[in-house]
Design a protein around this ligand. Structure first.
Ligand SMILES: Nc1ncnc2c1ncn2[C@@H]1O[C@H](COP(=O)(O)OP(=O)(O)OP(=O)(O)O)[C@@H](O)[C@H]1O
Ligand SMILES: [Mg+2]
Length: 624
């Protein structure tokens, strides 16, 4: 087929996307000159495609939005529509036709020169790709992002199938190669190939030639994790105490009042030094507070109604019944593991495999936030380093922001703002920037925006809103953004001085690791062989822990009772391990003496004997 074929069925398979969008409603017709200048189009397309075709193929792309995730098979080369996912090894496009870099000696047109000048960092940098200008790919103009600026956070956005995940993979493997550890959330399972060398094919060859990339197959050192051990990876769990009330409210889908009430319940447990290990522990505390014996305590907390506590109790029970208990408990994951480098100086890529919990987006997105919050309060301030300590990719980030409470959003905003000076860069990956609240978006200095669709009025609005979030540029961004091909994006990052670089339509490099999922058996083998597996594989036997604890608890109670009996009016010296910080010792003693408390203690993992302090996000500081 050729570019002249405009039927929706056929355009999708034309090898190289006519990425131009001259027919974009409203703009193109009025500004033909700009339109042709501005398009971020791969070389061949502009030359060969009549405008009508280009527009039509774009339209096709959108109307053929893939019903499901491209899952696995990559779409054809740079197919116009991200969506027409043909088999991975789709017939290669006529190579000569698609590899048409301009003559190397061609001087850059002045506007392209100005853009290119903004992407010539002198220090270590990541190679994103080559500039697209006036419908051509200009390999002389390399688009690069300084390593030192990756703690200034970023956003990778774009319609489905436009290349977000591959961009993430491309950045991750280069970070790793330059010694920076990376965390990736692999929602669909198509990032696990990062540990294996990529497989060359004609599409990669032609892309590499166009962007002047010396493509060599290369896998990155990777560690795979799985939430609660569900999936292929080292099991990752959090204790309820550490997770905290805010994140737990989010997964329990509590409303604002209930969220505040849960915070009070945590506060109560914290003040008593009770570390809640798993969901059962929390349930026991809530059950106690709603029982006859606990009513006095409940009143003492103030602001917590028995009715709301009852609702929380029921949500907890339902939540456990949905099989959520696996994700909470011990051994708790130490997020410090994410900061490792290998003996040869490469950053370890930690991949959280999420396909097994794909249908629990609220759970996994909240867990991602926990990981980030936990890193936050464990890491020291370091200011701006010459390279980040970790770059954390937060895929499907819109799930985190959907229906988020005000408190939750504030915590995200603050965490993102403050974690920068701890040397951690956070990249959110979403479909459009409007998925990200303004306060967070404003902090994302590095932007890689893949193609957007603009078919419905809502799309159009989102497109215009997206354009407004970019600095002024020489491109007609509405047009460029709807016309980008797969694996192309509009980029603006922070240059070495910290100022935003000029907007650059970019044809991105191809990842050198395997695009797509790794073989599951190989993955499992690697996981079993990991040093971390032994540490985290087996959940701690809670029953044993309880029995021990209860025995210890009873003994302490006996000792205390004996001490009370022999004392007369003298204040008993307290050892921190025995009791809480003790502003109200008598109340505590009262509680400890009650039968219900004994049963409460039996199900509550650990009594730390000191108040638990909570960080910004309501997560608790781990004991190390
Ligand atoms: N930089 C690139 N180099 C080579 N091929 C690419 C690149 N980017 C995208 N592709 C091709 O496009 C396909 C889709 O890309 P990708 O899976 O990254 O899209 P996505 O935006 O993450 O999609 P989704 O929204 O469905 O997750 C890939 O399988 C690959 O074949
Ligand atoms: Mg993806």
């Amino acid at each position: 087929m050729n570019d002249g074929e405009t039927s929706p069925e056929t355009t999708g398979t034309s090898p190289e996307t006519p990425a131009t969008a001259p027919e974009t409603p409203a703009t193109a017709a009025e500004t033909p000159a700009t339109a042709s200048r501005a398009t971020g189009t791969p070389p061949r397309a502009t030359e060969a495609s009549p405008r009508a075709t280009e527009a039509s193929s774009r339209a096709t792309g959108a109307s053929r939005e893939p019903p499901g995730p491209a899952d696995t098979p990559p779409p054809p080369p740079q197919a116009p529509a991200p969506s027409t996912a043909p088999p991975p090894e789709a017939p290669a496009p006529p190579p000569e036709a698609s590899v048409a870099p301009p003559a190397p000696e061609t001087p850059l047109p002045p506007p392209a020169q100005r853009i290119a000048a903004g992407y010539a960092p002198t220090g270590p940098a990541l190679d994103l790709g080559a500039l697209l200008w006036d419908g051509r790919c200009l390999p002389e103009a390399q688009v690069r992002v300084p390593l030192a600026m990756l703690n200034r956070h970023g956003l990778v956005a774009g319609a489905t199938g436009t290349g977000k995940t591959k961009t993430l993979q491309l950045i991750a493997e280069q970070l790793s190669a330059q010694g920076v550890p990376v965390f990736l959330a692999d929602v669909k399972g198509d990032l696990s190939g990062i540990s294996e060398p990529g497989a060359v094919n004609d599409r990669i060859r032609s892309r590499a030639a166009e962007v002047r990339q010396h493509w060599t197959p290369n896998g990155s050192p990777a560690e795979f994790y799985a939430l609660g051990g569900q999936g292929h990876g080292v099991p990752l769990r959090a204790t309820v105490t550490s997770f905290g009330p805010l994140l737990l409210s989010k997964v329990l889908e509590l409303n604002q009042t209930q969220e505040q009430s849960l915070a009070l319940i945590f506060h109560y447990a914290d003040a008593k030094g009770l570390e809640l290990i798993d969901l059962k522990d929390l349930r026991a505390v809530v059950a106690f507070l709603t029982s006859d014996e606990g009513r006095g305590e409940l009143r003492g907390i103030g602001g917590l109604s028995a009715a709301t506590a009852g609702v929380i109790l029921r949500s907890l029970t339902a939540f456990e019944a949905q099989g959520m208990a696996d994700f909470f408990g011990e051994p708790e994951f130490d997020t410090g593991e994410f900061l490792r480098t290998t003996g040869d100086g490469r950053g370890v890529v930690s991949v959280l495999e999420l396909p097994a919990v794909q249908d629990r987006p609220r759970l996994f997105s909240t867990f991602l936030m926990w990981l980030l919050a936990d890193l936050f309060h464990d890491l020291p301030e370091v200011g701006d380093l010459d390279r980040p300590k970790l770059v954390f990719f937060f895929d499907e980030a819109h799930l985190l922001f959907d229906d988020a409470s005000k408190a939750f959003l504030e915590s995200i905003t603050q965490t993102v703002r403050l974690i920068r000076s701890k040397g951690v860069g956070v990249f959110f990956v979403t479909q459009t920037p409007k998925d990200v609240p303004g306060d967070v978006l404003g902090q994302l200095g590095n932007r890689i925006q893949h193609a957007l669709r603009a078919f419905t009025p809502d799309d159009q609005k989102a497109l215009k809103a997206t354009v407004r979030t970019f600095p002024d540029s020489a491109y007609d961004l509405e047009e460029v953004l709807t016309g980008l091909g797969i694996g192309e994006a509009v980029v603006t990052v922070l240059g070495e001085t910290g100022a935003p670089t000029p907007v650059a339509a970019t044809r991105l490099r191809a990842p050198e690791s395997l695009m797509g999922p790794a073989d599951e058996a190989a993955l499992d083998h690697a996981v079993r062989g990991s040093a971390l597996y032994e540490r985290y594989a087996q959940p701690v036997d809670r029953e044993t822990a309880y029995e021990k604890l209860t025995a210890g608890q009873e003994e302490r109670e006996r000792e205390r009772a004996a001490a009370r009996a022999t004392r007369t009016g003298q204040t008993q010296p307290r050892s921190g391990a025995e009791s809480g910080p003790g502003p109200e010792p008598s109340m505590l003693e009262q509680v400890v003496a009650s039968g219900v408390f004994r049963s409460l203690a039996r199900s509550v993992g650990t009594q730390l004997g000191r108040e638990i302090t909570r960080s910004l996000f309501g997560t608790a500081r781990r004991r190390r």
